[in-house]
Design a protein around this ligand. Sequence first.
Ligand SMILES: [Zn+2]
Length: 401
Amino acid sequence: MKQETKRLYLENPYQVEFEARVADKMIWEKKPALILDQTCFYPESGGQPSDKGSINEVEVLKVLEDEARIIHLVAEDMPAGKVAGKIDWKTRFDHMQQHSGQHILSQSFHELLAAETLAFHLGESFSTLEMDLRKISEDEIEQIERRANEIVYEDREIKCYFVPEEKIESVPLRRPPKKKGLIRVVEVSDFDFSACGGTHVRRTGEIGLIKILRLERIRNNIRFEFICGARALEDYLRKSRIVRELSTRFTVSEEEVLNTVEKLSSDLKSQRRAGKKLQEKIAQYEAQEITQDAKEKIIKEVFVDKTLEEARYLALNIIKKGDFVVLFGQEGEERGHLILACSENLDIDMRELVPLVSPLIKGKGGGRPSLVEVAGEEKENLNQALNKAFEFVKKKIGPNL
Ligand SMILES: [Zn+2]
């Protein structure tokens, strides 16, 4: 018969240190593993991660449940016999806050929207609740948060007790129990009754703030991200710092930050539009100037002070004038670009140039018959690539230009 582990955390989740006897040793998930006659370590289950801590000062890596046994995966093997264990209280209390907060949040959803809890997951930085809901308004979310936090302020007792399966009907459980036999009931006094084997605080006041962060739609349900207690305080500190800094930077009150950002972003958009128009105008003038002075119909140049977009505009404006071939290089910060274009009246397909010039700059590219672009790593070879393109174009249509 397999050794059953006595779960000390069920009786007293505030117990941090314990003594135990090693009942069995094994290798589990390629790590040395211990089964003790009793333990304070909560094993990964019911959406709650396992506790952290040590046994005989050796780090406990993971704690798992195998039916009635609890398996402790440890960093190194140790002799059998008596051991002393210690759980990390900070992690345990954090889990107690998140998990107890979840019961209250679930019941608040149930009370206000008759919504069932489908799944709960306690994560490293936030927890999630998947609810049987199709839609929810901003106001309803706030109502749920207000109700949940009201239960916190009332500092209600949270009791845990066992009820035999045949008598469980008398307990107004929020969800029917998944387990058989003796069922552990966690009661938030006169508010919520859940069948649960997790670790909870003694009174709701210990949970601290319960806050929903955001929601997403999943499997036709809604999943909420939430935080409680110390996590909620950290989140508030971080967010108030951001708002304070924004308000200082824009020299407006915190309430005005959002309006100010909206105005700035719309100003930026219209400035961008104006900038683009200006850029087009400049490209037109520049194209005019270049084509007027051009001694040759093939225009070849490498730019370092133009952006790729500016060079492209210029090329397009030049070929619009008819009878021109443009061979441009543009040196970006990390890569070099080639813009090879020709007026549509010319009988030349610029795509033929791509395999010729690409290897010279270790590049890749493509485009349409009148315009191709190649981007490559070796920007120092742009000139060489343009010379190659020049020769090709000259040979192909030189006499007609
Ligand atoms: Zn629970």
